[in-house]
Structures are given as structure tokens and as C-alpha cells.
Design a protein around this ligand. Structure first.
Ligand code: F6R
Length: 607
């Protein structure tokens, strides 16, 4: 969740620590800090709020050093105030931490009994105090002090330490949270995110579970959890350093919404040969040997799983479940060796999803990842990887990554359906052609963004918004509501249209806006009846439909936005776009922080 970085170099490191933190800020932005060793002493600077406040503080009171660590925080233990910001510093040790120490309280109590005074409410300070104790009381060396400390810790962590008097050393370790090392010339780097290292070095390696490492400016040594010296494969990063430019746009989210026509073409180009009308896919488990599909993800990624459940059952005829990763592994689910488990994640680092993946691996080898970050833990721990090719997504609210997840899952769906002879050659070719139409249809909808902006005026003065969809558009109603909540802080709920009468209809009155997704389909008339029930109770309906749906809904509402017609199975991809725009324009109206909404972080690496 938090972002961590460390640099040890023959040159000054402070400016580059800040550059690195800038690329990590999406992981947490409620406070930030750095520490270095300068003239043998630990010096540090911390600030609450966005990184820019830390930058200003350092401009006024500069610090220097050839070794340093930095952190952007997403608060877990202790509110986002300066004393809780990282690094946590004792007499001899400074540490930054990503993760959660579950048993910190028992150590804290022991240290308090010994008269140790704590400055913060964090679990991380306990780590600093335990390492300090090993160094100053038990006279351990830095690596040994860290190794003995982490032996006792439960939970997840990626940790970077620097030490008083040691101007050429960083000690790092990880369990549960990722850490990547970057190799430079006369300098070495560590970060919670390999992409943030790409501005410093393209040669990286990933530490494995329980690894420790020491970094000096000339050398990196890695040890496994037993203290054996080990070698970890290095890789060359081909991804361009994260482009931090918003171009002509006001926000990254706006840019990421508007670049979707190109991004969709990109992902389609990766998996489809448009000229021959064929799929070109990475290797994949044999469809005929799969009894069930279980799709797992969190948040927006879970909603793409839910949409794919409808697709896999209706088109491929495979029993399919969609599961919330955070629930999955703790409820003793049944996983069999002929199940295919598909883990969907933008970041590939979501702790809940990784936990579910590791649980499932005990029962089956059929582990497939649909991820955006191709170097991520989920990709590395899966047996098959389908990249979503959305490019770096900086806005915290997922937009283009979600759409690419849907497209990749749809492609898998078509592949299984044709392998199992569930669709005719003609139907398959229609679906592939339908997918190829998407960039054009997206561009067409985006060109009408001003009309969608006007529809958002219906939300003025409302405290809550309902989103309705039926069948394959139900997951999209859920996603639309999530997007609105996340960035505009306006309460919103998604419902399956048929469920309204079972309770939520009690909420409907003249002040309640309701966004309905109802293009012409086999369930059109059913949903129209549900919407009539809303109208009868004076709810304000904003309808997204197609040409035929519009003709049949003329008497329902004046707030209708007509989308281009497309195959029923592709509507989830098309109808997501106006809902992204609704969330974005509502947030603009409300003046919220669109790219870094309060309390959220892009990559959720705690459970
Ligand atoms: C919402 C959003 C989150 C993520 C969720 C999973 O806009 O971005 O709900 O979808 O935290 O993250 P990933 O996809 O990185 O596993």
C-alpha cells in the first residue's frame, strides 16, 4: 500500500529519492518522508499530506547524503499525522515499511515495560525499536539485527533500513509485500515497485519471500530466510518509465478515460489478428479438461470477474463462480485440481488476491493471471499470464485497466466457447468483429462527453444515487456506483434491476437519481417494468440505452443517453464508459481530488 524506496550511491541521493517517491505516490499519499546518513548521523524530514509538502519542507531545510530511504504512506496503524509518518528513527536505525505487523502489540508492551518511549502509534516503530535493541544492547551487526527481529514478526512487510555511522549500506527484507532491487553503476536501488526503479535502472531483480539483502554502492548481496547466500535472476525492464505527464488533460483519470480507444486497439492488437480473424493467445490450460472456472479479484477487478461469470456460463457453458479475494481463502472454499482459477488484478500486488492465489495453488496447477503489471507478484506466481496491456494507470480509480480486463476475459470466453464447440464459426467471427468495433464506438461516445456532463446535473443536491442493471449489465451497475463513491464521495449503490422491489425501492422519492442501463435485449422489457415502478414513485431516471431501447422508453424519462448498438455480450464494455464519465464529471463539480481521492491508494498491499 505504502511506497518505499532506497538508494545507496557514490553521488547525492535526496533529489532522486523524491523523484522515486513521485512515481510511488499512487500507493499512498497521506504523508511522506525520507531519511539519509549525513556526516555519520541519521537525518530525516517528514510531512503530512501530499509529497509536495515534503518537497517544500526539504527546499527550506535541505538534507543530504549518499544513502537514503523514502516512504509515501497510506495509514494503517495511527492516523496520518507527522509522528506516524515514516521513516521511523531511533538512535541508530531508520526504517521504512510497507505492510502490517499483526503481532506488534505484544512486542510494544514488552518494550514499554522495559521503559522504552514510543513516539508514534505505528506498528513500524516497534520494528525500529526491536532492531535498535539488537544493535545497542546485544551488539549485533545490522544484517543480523534485522534477521533476528523479523524472525519474530507476523504479518506482511517490505522493510528498508539505514544505520547511523554507515554511509554505504541499506539492509532490506520482505515477506508478503514485494521488493525489487535495481542495479546501477556505482549505485544500487530498492523499491516496493519495479516500475518506479525504471527511471534509475532497467536491470532489476525481485526478492523472494523471506529474503534479506544488503546494498552498498558497488555490491548487492542476497540471503534467503535461512541466511544462505542466494542468487536471484535479474531481468531487464522494457516498460518505459511511468509517464507522469497528463498531456492536455486536467487529471490522469480524464486522460486514462479518453485514451481508451487507443488502449483498446492495443490490447485487441495483442490478442487478435484482425486481418485473418484469428486469436493469437499465450498458452492456456486445455478447455476440455476444465470442469469449473473460479474468477477472483477485489473491487473493480471483482466486477470484471462478475461480468465474466455471465459470459463464461452463457457462451462457453462452463460452470463459473466469481469470488471476492478477501472472502475466498478464509471460508474454506472447495478447489479441485480440474478447476481453472483466474486471478484478475491491475496492480498484480493486491494482498487479498495474492493470499487467495497462494491458497488455491495448494489444490490446482491451473492458475491463470489477468494482470496489467506484467512484472507483478500475481503474474510471477501464476502458471499462465494474460496481460491486459492497458499501460500504466496512475489515477487511483481504475478505468482503462478495467475495460482491458473485460476485453481479455471476453477473449478467453470466446476461445473456450470455440474450443468446446459452443459457438459457430459465424458467431465467433461476429464477436471478434464486434470487439474490433469497440475503439470506434468508444470514440463516438467520448465525442458526446458534453451531453453526459449535463446529465450529471441531476445529481445536484442528492445524497445518494442508485445504479440499476440486469443480467450482464448488473456488474457494470455495481462498478458505476463504486466509481462514483470513490472519487465524488457521493453515496451510490448498484442493484440488479429485479432486486429493487425486494427492498431498495423504499429509498425512491423525487430526490433520488437512478442511473439505469437498459439497451434492447432479452431482459429489456423486464427492466423497463422495474423502471416504470421507479417512475411511479417519482424517482429521477437517467437512462443509458440504444436506439431501439430509446424508442421504447420515450415515456419513461427525458434524461436518455443513446449509445451505439452492439452485440448483447459486449454491452458491459460499452456501457462502462458513460459511467466513468459520470463519476469523473460529478467529482469535478464537487471539486474533489480526482486522481488521489481521500483514504484510497492505487495498490492495496495489506489485507
Ligand atoms: C477501484 C479500484 C479498486 C481496485 C482494487 C483491486 O477503482 O481501483 O477497487 O480495483 O483495489 O486492485 P487490483 O486490480 O490492483 O488488484
Amino acid at each position: 500500500m505504502c511506497g518505499i524506496i532506497g538508494i545507496v550511491s557514490k553521488n547525492q541521493v535526496v533529489d532522486r529519492l523524491i523523484d522515486g517517491l513521485e512515481r510511488l505516490e499512487y500507493r499512498g499519499y497521506d504523508s511522506a518522508g525520507i531519511a539519509t546518513i549525513s556526516s555519520s548521523e541519521i537525518v530525516h524530514s517528514k510531512s503530512t499530506g501530499k509529497l509536495v509538502s515534503l518537497k517544500n519542507k526539504i527546499k527550506q531545510n535541505p538534507i543530504d547524503g549518499h544513502v537514503g530511504i523514502g516512504h509515501t504512506r497510506w495509514a494503517t496503524h495511527g492516523e496520518p499525522i507527522e509522528v506516524n509518518a515514516h521513516p521511523h528513527v531511533t538512535k541508530n536505525v531508520a526504517v521504512v515499511h510497507n505492510g502490517i505487523i499483526e503481532n506488534f502489540a505484544e512486542f510494544k508492551n514488552g518494550l514499554l515495560e522495559k521503559g522504552i518511549i514510543f513516539n508514534s502509534q505505528t506498528d513500524t516503530e516497534v520494528i525500529a525499536r526491536l532492531v535498535e535493541e539488537k544493535i545497542s544492547m546485544e551488539k549485533c551487526g545490522p544484517l543480523e539485527a534485522v534477521r533476528l527481529t523479523i524472525e519474530k514478526l507476523r504479518g506482511s512487510f517490505a522493510l528498508c533500513f539505514i544505520f547511523k555511522g554507515l554511509e554505504n549500506l541499506i539492509v532490506v527484507t520482505r515477506r508478503g509485500s514485494p521488493l525489487a532491487l535495481g542495479f546501477g553503476d556505482g549505485e544500487n536501488f530498492v523499491s516496493s515497485d519495479a516500475l518506479s526503479l525504471s527511471i534509475f535502472s532497467r536491470k532489476v531483480c525481485y526478492l523472494e519471500e523471506g529474503d534479506l539483502a544488503t546494498l552498498t554502492s558497488d555490491e548487492v548481496k542476497i540471503y534467503d530466510s535461512f541466511g544462505n547466500s542466494v542468487f536471484r535472476d535479474t531481468q531487464i525492464l522494457f516498460t518505459d518509465p511511468i509517464n507522469l505527464s497528463k498531456g492536455q488533460y486536467k487529471h490522469f483519470m480524464e486522460k486514462e478515460i479518453f485514451e481508451q480507444p487507443e488502449v483498446i486497439s492495443q490490447v485487441l492488437g495483442y490478442y487478435l489478428n484482425a486481418f485473418e480473424g484469428t486469436l493469437s493467445l499465450p498458452s492456456l490450460p486445455q478447455s476440455t479438461e476444465i470442469q469449473r472456472i473460479i474468477l477472483i479479484g477485489c473491487g473493480t477487478a471483482f466486477y470484471s470477474c462478475l461480468a465474466a461469470k455471465y459470459w463464461f456460463e452463457s457462451l462457453s457453458g462452463i460452470t463459473t463462480h466469481a469470488e471476492l479475494a478477501s472472502e475466498f481463502r478464509y471460508r474454506s472454499p472447495v478447489v479441485r485440481k480440474d478447476d481453472l482459477l483466474i486471478f484478475v488484478s491491475q496492480s498484480g500486488e493486491t494482498a487479498d488476491t495474492i493470499g487467495a492465489l497462494r491458497f488455491a495453488k495448494k489444490y490446482t496447477k491451473n492458475i491463470l493471471a489477468v494482470v496489467n503489471v506484467e512484472q507483478s507478484s500475481i503474474a510471477r506466481e501464476s502458471n499462465w499470464v494474460f496481460p491486459t496491456k492497458a499501460g500504466p494507470e496512475i489515477g487511483v480509480a481504475s478505468t482503462k485497466a478495467f475495460i482491458c480486463q473485460l476485453i481479455v476475459l471476453k477473449i478467453l470466453n470466446i476461445k473456450f466457447a470455440s474450443d468446446l464447440s459452443k459457438i459457430s464459426v459465424k458467431n465467433r467471427s461476429n464477436l471478434l468483429n464486434g470487439l474490433l468495433e469497440l475503439p470506434r464506438l468508444y470514440a463516438e461516445i467520448l465525442s458526446q462527453n458534453e451531453n453526459i456532463k449535463k446529465l450529471c446535473k441531476k445529481f445536484i443536491g442528492s445524497n445518494s444515487v442508485l445504479y440499476l442493471g440486469r443480467d450482464v449489465l448488473y456488474p457494470i451497475a455495481l462498478e458505476g456506483a463504486l466509481k462514483l463513491k470513490e472519487i465524488s464521495y457521493l453515496h451510490a449503490e448498484g442493484y440488479a434491476s429485479g432486486e429493487l422491489k425486494h427492498g431498495p425501492i423504499a429509498l425512491i422519492d423525487e430526490s433520488m437519481p437512478l442511473v439505469a442501463l437498459n439497451p434492447w435485449s432479452k431482459v429489456f422489457e423486464k427492466t423497463l417494468s422495474n423502471l416504470e415502478e421507479v417512475k411511479a414513485r417519482r424517482g429521477k431516471i437517467i437512462l443509458f440505452t440504444d436506439k431501439k431501447g430509446k424508442e421504447l422508453s420515450k415515456d419513461l424519462t427525458k434524461s436518455i443517453f443513446q449509445l451505439p448498438s452492439c452485440s448483447e455480450l459486449l454491452t458491459p464494455i460499452l456501457y462502462s464508459l458513460p459511467l466513468q464519465l459520470i463519476a469523473y464529471y460529478t467529482a469535478l463539480d464537487k471539486g474533489t481530488d480526482v486522481d488521489q481521492p481521500r483514504n484510497l491508494a492505487k495498490s492495496v498491499t495489506v489485507e
